[in-house]
Design a protein around this ligand. Structure first.
Ligand code: PGA
Length: 237
């Protein structure tokens, strides 16, 4: 089964979340569907057939860090997967590769799984700098890390997130290969690679054929249970 990470971002109110859970409970999803709701709703999603992830973490263990959540707290809820370095965290909240690196170290030392988001912005894309950008992000984010066996990478071109535009399938295949080759060269291993950015129930039919792609990370398409279900089904057809 291929993986579908549902990044719900800061969406839905309490009663909508309850309806949402009632809907997705009908679909028989397994642990390859990873729902990442707002932190406030996480307990509602626990102990289901699908998996639950979290949209962010802080790199300290505990203490006076108002508004933050630690890896040990995540572990204590039996959550394993953590989205890290999403472009919204980078662009709106000023998260640098150095911060991302600290977070990944903490996540891996807790034996949890980071879903590291990398991707170029529109200028990089137009100037054919996609590979350079991704290599830089990987080098900085994975600095001083030896074991990446729990790592998952989500390739998310910034210009594709929430815009309805996606790279061509051949562009995507090249980037997936580039990331694979990078990890083999530097870590002598392969890790799951996901694509994220405007995935919907139509383009998934093409995306699913990309060689060596382990799944998708979806934002707005995850907010509609039927669309989410279709994406899960089509991806695994
Ligand atoms: P989108 O978001 O599917 O709404 O483009 C993807 C993401 O932000 O990861």
């Amino acid at each position: 089964m291929k993986m579908v990470v549902a990044n719900m971002k800061m969406n839905l109110l309490n009663n909508q979340i309850i309806d949402y859970i009632n809907e997705i409970d009908k679909f028989n999803f397994d642990k390859n569907v990873i729902i990442c709701p707002s932190n406030i709703y996480i307990p509602y999603f626990l102990n289901k057939k699908y998996d639950v992830g979290i949209q962010n973490v802080f790199f300290e263990d505990k203490g006076a860090f108002t508004g933050e959540v630690s890896c040990s707290q995540i572990k204590s809820q039996n959550i394993d997967k953590i989205i890290i370095g999403h472009s919204e965290r980078r662009n709106i909240f000023g998260e640098t590769d150095e911060i991302v690196n600290k977070k990944i170290k903490k996540i891996l030392s807790n034996n949890l799984s980071p879903i590291l988001c990398v991707g170029e912005n529109i200028d990089d894309y137009q100037n054919q700098k996609t590979n350079i950008k991704i290599a830089n992000q990987l080098t900085e984010s994975l600095k001083d890390i030896n074991n990446v066996s729990k790592l998952i990478i989500a390739y998310e071109p910034v210009w594709s997130i929430g815009t309805g535009n996606i790279p061509t399938i051949s562009e995507l295949e090249k980037v997936v290969k580039f990331i694979n080759d990078y990890l083999i060269k530097h870590f002598n291993t392969k890790v799951p690679i996901l694509y994220g950015g405007s995935v919907d129930e139509e383009n998934i039919q093409k995306i699913k054929n990309i060689k060596n792609l382990s799944g998708v990370l979806i934002g707005s398409s995850s907010l509609n249970p039927d669309t989410l279900n279709k994406i899960v089904r089509y991806l695994n057809d």
